[in-house]
Structures are given as structure tokens and as C-alpha cells.
Design a protein around this ligand. Sequence first.
Ligand SMILES: Cc1cc2nc3c(=O)[nH]c(=O)nc-3n(C[C@H](O)[C@H](O)[C@H](O)COP(=O)(O)OP(=O)(O)OC[C@H]3O[C@@H](n4cnc5c(N)ncnc54)[C@H](O)[C@@H]3O)c2cc1C
Ligand code: FES
Length: 275
Amino acid sequence: MKIIKKDILCATKDIRIIRIEVSAPDIAKKALAGQFVALMVEEKGERIPLTIVDKSSESITLIFQEVGLTTKLLAKLKPGDSLSALVGPLGHATEIKKYGRVVLVAGGVGIAEIYPVARALKGSGNELTIILGARTKAALILEEELKELADDFYLTTDDGSYGRKGFTTGVLSEILSKDKYDLVYAVGPIPMMKKVTEVTAGLKVKTIASLNAIMVDATGMCGCCRVSIAGKTKFSCVDGPEFDAHLVDWEELMKRNQVYLDKERHICNLKDKIE
Ligand SMILES: Cc1cc2nc3c(=O)[nH]c(=O)nc-3n(C[C@H](O)[C@H](O)[C@H](O)COP(=O)(O)OP(=O)(O)OC[C@H]3O[C@@H](n4cnc5c(N)ncnc54)[C@H](O)[C@@H]3O)c2cc1C
Ligand code: FES
């Protein structure tokens, strides 16, 4: 669980995205695209889920954005430091097969999460259209890596500092109105995935979303990550994290993900003052 390497991929005033390579040979042996790990930075800390973005025979690569207490503590670790706990690979792997023409839509740090899926889908002979969205140019990660896998490639930034000004879903609507696609796969902020679902619902294109429900144990016991899929309760950690986007109750997921916001902000501020 030792950190072997650490790079800062983005460091603006508001956004910090970090890549770490962690020694984890047993997890690396089994990890497949779409799966994640749960980790603890400190013995008395919380467990957080992070996608396995890449692997070698001895290690796994994680990319995370600093958003709160645990990701900030994780960002403080240096090569040579160890995590307190690491479990995985967790969740179902992405169903990789030849779908045909696939559109991958990723926003923010969701770009890291889409990378292993893009690689696996390309390896199975799919034609990939990749649409990436970031708040601003400096927050865009893995551009070159994903461009290399894409047959068609689009970039959007909210502020227009790079690529097209606007959102990924604008490009998605445009390309779906011109051509036929067999699958849309989305990962990123919940409002983005919800909008992708609305765009594809009318066109009846199969759509998969990787949900970022709040997870605690990440092994199906606590019920914290429950989501409603076609009216039935599912646990994102063991039944997902990917689901048919057209069956997800997005409003409920959005509300559930904000439940602890006040407490998280409070603890964060406190911790920053302590340090
Ligand atoms: C399957 C899965 C894979 C993920 N992969 C990545 C990834 O590769 N890179 C990345 O940057 N982020 C990823 N996330 C989100 C990441 O887990 C959260 O950003 C992290 O838990 C935030 O913890 P915090 O203490 O720093 O922030 P907090 O201040 O505690 O929370 C900030 C926000 O993060 C979300 N969050 C908080 N705790 C959890 C939790 N235990 N589980 C899920 N979401 C939580 C909530 O929306 C919350 O409002 C993933 C989430 C899931 C469910
Ligand atoms: S995180 Fe506890 S059941 Fe999924």
C-alpha cells in the first residue's frame, strides 16, 4: 500500500487533481475496467472509493480531485508513505464487448474514470467518439491519452478557454442528431450524467452511467450507496457502479449525495485550522 509515484495533474486556485501509483500487486492482478478500490488514509479516517485508472503487474494508478477532508489528506501523502488500508478490486467490471459505435462522455475528474473503459472498449474493436468536458483548460486531464484512443474527439470547457465553450451534452446532442451510435457511456458530475440521459432517452440509444453514490463500507453491508433503478433499490458498490442510465432515479441520487455536505464542510474547515 506504499505510494510509489505522485504527480500533480492540475493545480489551479480552485481545482487540484493528483495521480498516485500505489503498490498493490494482488489488486493489480485482478482489476478490470470499471472497478474501483476503497481506501483509508489514516487508521481513524473514513473509507473513500476511487476508480482504478491503470495498473502494472505490481501497482495500481488512482487519480483524484481534492474535494474534502479525505482527498486533502490523501494529497498530502508523498512517495514512500503508505495508505492505512486499501481494498479491491470492487464493483462489477464494465461489460466489454463489440458494441459498434460508442460515445464516451466524461466531465471533470470523470475523465480519469473513463480512461480504462475507453482502452478496454477500443481493445474490443469499438469505434470511439470521446467527448471530454472541464471547467477550464487547466483542469483538463489525460487529453493526449484519450485522443490517441479516439476515432472522433471533442473538447469542451465551461469558460471557453479551450475547445468549444459549453458543455459535453451540447456536443452529444449535435453528434447524435447527425449519426447513429450503439452505446453512450457517461461518467462525471451527476447533473452532467442526468442531462446525458435526457439527451439519449428521446433517441433510444442504450446509455450506461457510472454512479458516484456515497459509499461507506463499499461491500454491500451498510446501504449508504443505495440508488433506485427502475423503482428497485440497488447498492451501487456491489450491484454497480454502472447502471442503465435511463432507469436511474437521478433526483434521488442528487439529494442523497448532498446529505452530509454541511458536516463535511464543517469537519474540513476544522481540520484545516488544526493543521
Ligand atoms: C465508485 C466510485 C468511484 C470514484 N472514483 C473517483 C475517482 O477516480 N477520482 C475521484 O476524484 N473521485 C472519485 N469518486 C468520488 C470520491 O470517492 C469522492 O470525491 C471522495 O469520497 C470525497 O471524499 P472527501 O472526504 O475528500 O470529501 P467530502 O467533503 O467528504 O465529500 C465531498 C463530496 O464527495 C462525495 N463523497 C463524499 N464521501 C464519499 C464517499 N465515501 N463515497 C463517494 N462519494 C463521496 C459527496 O458527493 C460529497 O458531497 C468515486 C466515487 C465512487 C462512488
Ligand atoms: S457502500 Fe455500503 S452498501 Fe454500498
